[in-house]
Write a protein that binds this ligand. Structure first.
Ligand code: NAD
Length: 369
């Protein structure tokens, strides 16, 4: 029997509630498909600070290093974050640290709008076209978020000057471009590369390197688009996109914009992948949204993003494609059966039934069984 070890880091806010449902579904998948997951839970974020004084406790990091993949909830609490120095805050001290530690350079965010949820999309049905099914591939370890220098200088007289640095090298662009082209080959074979080559030096290099990498993928169409136009096209004609390839900051922004098309952050999973060695790709899997403190602890959160993140984990790190697809189908079935958490509920929708986090998780697990 195939055995895998998983680090489950639920984190803060809605993290523990949605993680519970993802584990419930994984347990159902285990039984059905005959593999074994050794899932160990450990604190991260404010849960880590409260337990041992660190957003990423040593014991949690050690567990991650011993695991085949990390299933992550989310971290950070807007009320508490400002009370500690920036470097110690959960998103920096835990999330960014883990991304660096495991060399997670590729972020994959699938955005799919199920037909049954067309009403939850802010766009008219006409603009939804033949359906929205976009994969945003975002570079995760370079660009403006990590470039040095990064500093704020005191200019005196109440004035300051802040500097962030955007820097990319050829190999950094090449490896993320390969991820996007490989993904496109398995989808509708189109890559739209996003840049700002009309203004940024980084954009010029990005465009050159992506074009060169694209020449190795003869069946895949490559188009280039300026980021401002990309933001607009997502609202006007989202069905034109298959894979959107973006540097770090553009990907951060556009993936959230694309996320809005799916009706709710609560529907959107994400995978962050490191280098592949042999058959294994270490990955970090988390919902696209944050800790949603406004609804935390009330059985209101949509667990689907966390459950679909678990499905991505089965596919990309554990090579369990059938089980991953079965979870995705079970989610689809649960939606089609009318189950709706508050974020995707519309009282005017015939056959829709408002359910809580737990009920949604149970419905998906039982559809899987
Ligand atoms: P958020 O994503 O937590 O919430 C934005 C809105 O989306 C809220 O109305 C929330 O209720 C809703 N939402 C998010 N996930 C949902 C779900 N599963 N089901 C139903 N509704 C959902 O963003 P925010 O309010 O800007 O941030 C809250 C905290 O989360 C902050 O401390 C932020 O730093 C942190 N954060 C963490 C991560 C992460 O850990 N990866 C990502 C983003 C934000």
């Amino acid at each position: 029997m195939k055995m895998f070890s998983i680090a489950a880091l639920a984190g803060d806010g809605i993290g523990p509630e949605v993680m519970r449902e993802a584990i419930r579904v994984l347990r159902a998948a285990e039984k059905k498909f005959g593999f074994k997951l050794d899932i160990t839970e450990a604190p991260v974020g404010w849960a880590g600070i409260d337990a041992v004084g660190k957003a990423l406790p040593d014991v949690t990091l050690t567990l991650c290093k011993k695991s085949d993949a990390i299933l992550f909830g989310s971290v950070g609490l807007p009320d508490r974050d400002p009370t500690i120095p920036k470097e110690e805050r959960p998103e920096r001290a835990a999330l960014l640290r883990l991304r660096k530690e495991f060399g997670l350079f590729a972020n994959l965010r699938p955005v799919r709008l199920p037909k049954a949820l067309a009403h939850a999309c802010p766009l008219t049905r006409e603009r939804q076209g033949d359906g929205i099914d976009i994969l945003v591939v975002r570079e995760l370890t370079g660009g403006l978020y990590f470039g040095r220098p990064k500093k704020t200088e005191d200019l005196g007289g109440g004035n300051a000057r802040a500097t962030d640095t955007m820097a990319y090298s050829t190999p950094e662009i090449e490896r993320i471009a390969h991820v996007a082209f490989r993904a496109a080959k398995l989808r509708r074979k189109k890559v739209t590369s996003i840049d700002k080559a009309n203004v940024l030096e980084n954009g010029v290099l990005w465009r050159d390197v992506v074009t060169r990498v694209g020449q190795h993928y003869s069946g895949v169409t490559l188009e280039h688009m300026f980021v401002d136009n990309g933001a607009m096209q997502l609202m006007l004609r989202p069905a034109q996109f298959d894979v959107m390839l973006c540097e770090n900051m553009f990907g951060d922004i556009l993936s959230d914009e694309a996320a809005a098309l799916a009706g709710s952050l609560g529907m959107l999973p994400s995978a962050s992948l490191g280098a592949t060695s042999g058959e294994k790709t270490f990955g970090f899997y988390e919902p696209a949204g944050g800790t949603a403190p406004d609804i935390a602890g009330k059985n209101l959160a949509n667990p689907i993003a966390q459950i679909l993140s678990a499905a991505l984990m089965l596919r990309h790190s554990l090579g369990l494609n059938d089980a991953a697809a079965a979870i995705e189908n079970a989610v689809q079935q649960s939606i089609e059966a009318g189950n709706r958490t508050g974020d995707i509920f519309n009282p005017n929708e015939a056959g829709a039934r408002r359910v809580g986090t737990r009920e949604m998780g149970e419905a998906i697990a039982s559809a899987l069984r």
